[in-house]
Design a protein around this ligand. Sequence first.
Ligand SMILES: [Fe+2]
Length: 202
Amino acid sequence: MATATAKAVQRLHFNLPPLPYPEDALEPVISAETLSLHHGKHHKKYVDTTNELLAKADMRGSTLEDVVRSSQGKLFNNAAQAWNHAFYWQSLSPKAAAPSAAMRQRLERDFGTYESFVDKFAAAAIGQFGSGWAWLVDKDGKLEVIATPNADTPMAHGVRCLLTIDVWEHAYYVDYRNQRERYVQAVIEKRLNWEFAEKNLK
Ligand SMILES: [Fe+2]
Protein backbone atom coordinates (compact mmCIF):
# COMPACT_ATOMS: atom_id res chain seq x y z
CA MET A 1 0.00 0.00 0.00
CA ALA A 2 1.34 3.40 -0.95
CA THR A 3 0.31 5.00 2.33
CA ALA A 4 1.98 2.36 4.43
CA THR A 5 5.15 2.62 2.32
CA ALA A 6 5.22 6.38 2.66
CA LYS A 7 4.77 6.07 6.40
CA ALA A 8 7.56 3.51 6.63
CA VAL A 9 9.91 5.79 4.70
CA GLN A 10 9.11 8.73 6.99
CA ARG A 11 9.57 6.75 10.19
CA LEU A 12 11.91 8.52 12.53
CA HIS A 13 15.01 6.72 13.71
CA PHE A 14 17.95 8.06 15.68
CA ASN A 15 21.47 6.73 16.17
CA LEU A 16 23.48 6.82 19.36
CA PRO A 17 25.91 9.69 18.73
CA PRO A 18 29.54 8.71 19.39
CA LEU A 19 31.30 10.27 22.35
CA PRO A 20 33.21 13.38 21.23
CA TYR A 21 36.37 12.00 22.95
CA PRO A 22 37.78 8.60 24.01
CA GLU A 23 36.17 6.90 27.01
CA ASP A 24 39.20 7.60 29.24
CA ALA A 25 39.53 11.27 28.20
CA LEU A 26 37.72 12.69 31.24
CA GLU A 27 39.81 10.85 33.82
CA PRO A 28 40.44 11.31 36.68
CA VAL A 29 37.23 13.35 37.09
CA ILE A 30 35.05 10.76 35.32
CA SER A 31 36.44 7.26 34.82
CA ALA A 32 36.44 5.25 31.59
CA GLU A 33 34.27 2.68 33.40
CA THR A 34 31.61 5.30 34.13
CA LEU A 35 31.75 6.70 30.61
CA SER A 36 31.55 3.25 29.05
CA LEU A 37 28.44 2.35 31.08
CA HIS A 38 26.86 5.77 30.91
CA HIS A 39 27.23 6.17 27.15
CA GLY A 40 27.26 2.56 26.00
CA LYS A 41 24.42 1.30 28.22
CA HIS A 42 22.32 4.16 29.65
CA HIS A 43 22.42 6.61 26.75
CA LYS A 44 22.10 3.76 24.22
CA LYS A 45 19.04 2.41 26.02
CA TYR A 46 17.32 5.80 25.84
CA VAL A 47 18.01 6.01 22.10
CA ASP A 48 16.88 2.41 21.49
CA THR A 49 13.67 2.87 23.49
CA THR A 50 12.94 6.14 21.69
CA ASN A 51 13.26 4.29 18.36
CA GLU A 52 11.03 1.43 19.56
CA LEU A 53 8.33 3.87 20.66
CA LEU A 54 8.63 5.92 17.46
CA ALA A 55 8.10 2.74 15.42
CA LYS A 56 4.61 2.60 16.97
CA ALA A 57 3.92 6.34 17.07
CA ASP A 58 2.51 8.62 14.43
CA MET A 59 5.03 11.35 14.98
CA ARG A 60 5.78 14.25 12.65
CA GLY A 61 8.99 16.26 12.55
CA SER A 62 12.48 15.32 11.64
CA THR A 63 14.73 15.96 14.60
CA LEU A 64 15.11 14.65 18.12
CA GLU A 65 14.25 18.16 19.33
CA ASP A 66 10.93 17.90 17.43
CA VAL A 67 10.17 14.61 19.16
CA VAL A 68 11.01 15.99 22.61
CA ARG A 69 8.91 19.11 22.09
CA SER A 70 5.87 17.25 20.80
CA SER A 71 5.75 14.17 23.02
CA GLN A 72 4.86 13.23 26.54
CA GLY A 73 4.99 10.23 28.86
CA LYS A 74 7.39 7.42 28.05
CA LEU A 75 8.37 8.76 24.63
CA PHE A 76 9.15 12.20 26.10
CA ASN A 77 11.19 10.66 28.91
CA ASN A 78 13.33 8.57 26.56
CA ALA A 79 13.71 11.15 23.77
CA ALA A 80 14.55 13.91 26.27
CA GLN A 81 17.10 11.67 27.96
CA ALA A 82 18.61 10.84 24.54
CA TRP A 83 18.92 14.58 23.82
CA ASN A 84 20.13 15.52 27.32
CA HIS A 85 22.92 12.94 27.22
CA ALA A 86 24.18 14.03 23.79
CA PHE A 87 24.23 17.59 25.17
CA TYR A 88 25.99 16.47 28.36
CA TRP A 89 28.86 14.77 26.47
CA GLN A 90 29.46 18.03 24.64
CA SER A 91 29.24 20.03 27.87
CA LEU A 92 32.32 18.19 29.13
CA SER A 93 35.90 18.67 28.03
CA PRO A 94 39.03 16.55 28.51
CA LYS A 95 40.94 19.79 29.22
CA ALA A 96 40.42 21.99 32.24
CA ALA A 97 39.78 25.43 30.80
CA ALA A 98 38.40 28.73 32.05
CA PRO A 99 35.68 30.68 30.24
CA SER A 100 36.94 33.13 27.62
CA ALA A 101 37.06 36.84 28.52
CA ALA A 102 33.79 37.42 26.65
CA MET A 103 32.04 34.52 28.37
CA ARG A 104 33.36 35.60 31.75
CA GLN A 105 31.94 39.08 31.15
CA ARG A 106 28.51 37.59 30.45
CA LEU A 107 28.71 35.48 33.61
CA GLU A 108 29.73 38.54 35.64
CA ARG A 109 26.95 40.64 34.12
CA ASP A 110 24.25 38.12 35.04
CA PHE A 111 25.62 36.49 38.22
CA GLY A 112 27.75 39.31 39.66
CA THR A 113 30.97 37.29 39.73
CA TYR A 114 32.26 34.08 38.17
CA GLU A 115 32.45 32.60 41.68
CA SER A 116 28.79 33.41 42.25
CA PHE A 117 27.90 31.52 39.07
CA VAL A 118 29.98 28.54 40.27
CA ASP A 119 28.20 28.57 43.64
CA LYS A 120 24.76 28.70 42.00
CA PHE A 121 25.55 25.97 39.46
CA ALA A 122 26.98 23.69 42.16
CA ALA A 123 24.03 24.35 44.47
CA ALA A 124 21.51 23.55 41.71
CA ALA A 125 23.30 20.30 40.85
CA ILE A 126 23.92 19.16 44.42
CA GLY A 127 20.49 20.27 45.62
CA GLN A 128 18.41 18.56 42.91
CA PHE A 129 16.36 16.03 44.87
CA GLY A 130 16.64 12.62 43.25
CA SER A 131 17.54 12.31 39.56
CA GLY A 132 17.86 15.25 37.24
CA TRP A 133 20.04 17.83 35.59
CA ALA A 134 21.60 21.22 36.35
CA TRP A 135 21.78 23.72 33.50
CA LEU A 136 23.34 27.00 32.52
CA VAL A 137 20.77 28.55 30.19
CA ASP A 138 20.18 31.72 28.23
CA LYS A 139 16.64 32.77 29.11
CA ASP A 140 15.47 35.76 27.10
CA GLY A 141 19.01 37.11 26.85
CA LYS A 142 19.94 36.57 30.50
CA LEU A 143 22.10 33.74 31.79
CA GLU A 144 20.44 31.65 34.50
CA VAL A 145 21.09 28.44 36.40
CA ILE A 146 18.22 25.99 36.73
CA ALA A 147 17.70 22.36 37.66
CA THR A 148 15.23 19.97 36.05
CA PRO A 149 13.94 16.68 37.52
CA ASN A 150 14.24 13.28 35.84
CA ALA A 151 14.24 13.66 32.03
CA ASP A 152 12.93 17.20 31.86
CA THR A 153 14.99 19.61 29.78
CA PRO A 154 14.89 23.41 29.29
CA MET A 155 15.02 22.77 25.54
CA ALA A 156 11.48 21.36 25.69
CA HIS A 157 10.30 24.69 27.10
CA GLY A 158 11.98 26.87 24.47
CA VAL A 159 14.92 27.85 26.68
CA ARG A 160 18.41 27.90 25.15
CA CYS A 161 20.78 25.47 26.89
CA LEU A 162 24.46 26.36 27.24
CA LEU A 163 25.87 23.64 29.56
CA THR A 164 24.56 20.77 31.65
CA ILE A 165 25.62 18.41 34.42
CA ASP A 166 23.91 15.04 34.75
CA VAL A 167 23.14 14.34 38.40
CA TRP A 168 21.46 10.96 37.98
CA GLU A 169 23.33 8.53 40.23
CA HIS A 170 24.58 6.56 37.20
CA ALA A 171 26.68 9.64 36.30
CA TYR A 172 28.83 9.46 39.43
CA TYR A 173 28.11 6.42 41.61
CA VAL A 174 30.95 4.25 40.26
CA ASP A 175 33.51 7.00 40.86
CA TYR A 176 32.15 8.90 43.85
CA ARG A 177 29.56 6.57 45.41
CA ASN A 178 26.99 8.75 47.17
CA GLN A 179 29.19 11.86 47.18
CA ARG A 180 27.44 13.85 44.47
CA GLU A 181 29.00 17.10 45.66
CA ARG A 182 32.55 15.84 44.93
CA TYR A 183 31.54 14.87 41.37
CA VAL A 184 29.79 18.20 40.78
CA GLN A 185 32.67 20.26 42.13
CA ALA A 186 35.26 18.35 40.09
CA VAL A 187 33.23 18.71 36.89
CA ILE A 188 32.68 22.44 37.39
CA GLU A 189 36.33 23.00 38.28
CA LYS A 190 37.99 20.82 35.65
CA ARG A 191 35.70 19.51 32.92
CA LEU A 192 33.24 22.15 31.67
CA ASN A 193 33.47 22.83 27.95
CA TRP A 194 33.29 26.63 27.85
CA GLU A 195 33.83 26.70 24.08
CA PHE A 196 30.63 24.68 23.70
CA ALA A 197 28.76 27.06 26.03
CA GLU A 198 29.93 30.06 24.04
CA LYS A 199 28.98 28.42 20.75
CA ASN A 200 25.48 27.80 22.10
CA LEU A 201 25.20 31.42 23.17
CA LYS A 202 25.77 32.79 19.66
FE1 LIG B 1 22.85 9.99 32.59
